[in-house]
Design a protein around this ligand. Structure first.
Ligand SMILES: Nc1ncnc2c1ncn2[C@@H]1O[C@H](COP(=O)(O)OP(=O)(O)OP(=O)(O)O)[C@@H](O)[C@H]1O
Ligand SMILES: [Mg+2]
Length: 347
């Protein structure tokens, strides 16, 4: 059942259309991610739901009630920002208590709720510290505790991890997901990091230029990209011309596409049934331990291949000719407008 409903959201800034008719729903307890390149309208959409920005057209309903009629401070929505936005002169506990004090909640209730929120984000031991004496990850957890402490009906997070180093991002990403599941809140999470989106989301909404390209589970978004944009934005995709590598010309197919991990090193001359094989010249070879990456030039294409669990002695010099093969069932197909096409070759 839809909990949050956004319908026909349009936002214009003068001549710029930041949102161009966006519609989607989020279920109760769902982790929903907005993913897209810089400027595609993610923050605009989040701010419109929170009420910091007014839509030019469209409707937003939460739990069946029109949200746009409710002033921002009464929407019961928690928001976590990219740049922490915490008060440096207040302790951790005082930062978390801030929203409750502003709402004139009783002191004893504030004490309990702050303790509970700090325990959830594992900051209880640091409650009397000032933010300057905390790591970036700990500061960001203050932001999450502060958004949660008011027991919002919806949690919005705008690139909360983008200021953190890679290791911390991974840890905190898992923590955010655990916290969201524990409290069972509907969350909308914004990122332009596709791997983060795949890892953290129940469903991902891929946006480009103010419009939705596709909404789906991580598996659908990666495995059955609805458009060429989604295919190339989420992960890497090799785009092949319609008759490349001996592929049959299928009416309506303007481009075939293949993930790098679907290409494999093949023995000379041996191509299995249902597979296509071809020779190419190695441009780059990168050995990464658990995988190896190859860039290969073949028949006017430059292809990326990813070899999982390479033999420990695998080393391929640039300029060498190698043979690669792939299963035709692993191909994706797109029409001239970049939309996914179903074919007998590619499901
Ligand atoms: N206050 C504003 N006035 C004019 N144009 C704006 C304003 N805010 C955003 N825009 C424009 O609207 C578009 C969408 O911006 P938005 O901030 O929503 O993108 P985003 O997807 O969050 O990007 P990023 O990943 O860089 O944060 C951009 O073209 C931006 O320049
Ligand atoms: Mg943004």
């Amino acid at each position: 059942m839809a909990y949050l409903n956004v319908e026909g959201a349009i936002k214009r800034y003068g001549a710029t259309t930041a949102l161009n008719g966006v519609s989607f729903s989020v279920a109760k307890g769902e982790f929903f991610t907005l993913l897209g390149p810089s400027g595609c309208g993610k923050t605009t959409l989040l701010r419109s739901i929170a009420g910091f920005s007014q839509l030019s057209e469209g409707r937003v309903a939460l739990d069946g009630a029109d949200l746009l009629a409710v002033p921002p401070h009464k929407r019961d929505i928690g928001m976590v920002f990219q740049d922490y936005a915490i008060f440096p002169h207040l302790t951790v506990a005082e930062n978390v208590a801030f929203g409750l004090k502003a709402r004139k909640v009783a002191t004893s209730v504030i004490r309990d709720r702050v303790a509970e929120a700090l325990a959830t984000v594992r900051l209880s031991a640091l409650s009397e510290r000032l933010p300057a004496a905390l790591s970036g990850g700990q500061q960001q957890r203050i932001g999450i505790a502060r958004a949660m402490v008011v027991k919002p009906r919806l949690l919005l997070m705008d690139e909360p991890l983008s200021n953190l180093d890679a290791k911390l991002r991974l840890d905190l990403r898992d923590e955010i997901r655990d916290i969201q599941r524990t409290i069972g809140i509907a969350a909308i999470y914004v990122t332009h990091d596709q791997e983060e989106a795949l890892a953290i989301s129940d469903r991902i909404c891929v946006m480009d230029g103010g419009s939705i390209e596709q909404i789906g589970t991580p598996q659908q978004i990666y495995g059955q990209p609805a458009t060429r944009f989604v295919a190339s934005f989420v992960g890497t995709m090799n785009l092949l011309s319609p008759e490349a590598f001996g592929l049959p010309a299928v009416p309506g197919v303007a481009q075939w596409a293949l993930r790098p991990e679907r290409l494999r090193l093949a023995e000379a001359g041996a191509t299995e049934h249902g597979a296509s094989g071809f020779s190419g010249l190695v441009e780059h070879f990168t050995y990464l331990g658990r995988e190896a990456h190859l860039t290969v030039k073949a028949q006017g294409h430059r292809l990326v291949a990813q070899i999982a669990a390479p033999p420990p002695d695998l080393a391929i010099e640039a300029g060498r000719e190698i043979r690669l093969s792939f299963d035709r069932a692993d191909l994706h197909a797109f029409d001239a407008a970049g939309r996914r096409v179903r074919t007998g070759l590619a499901a």
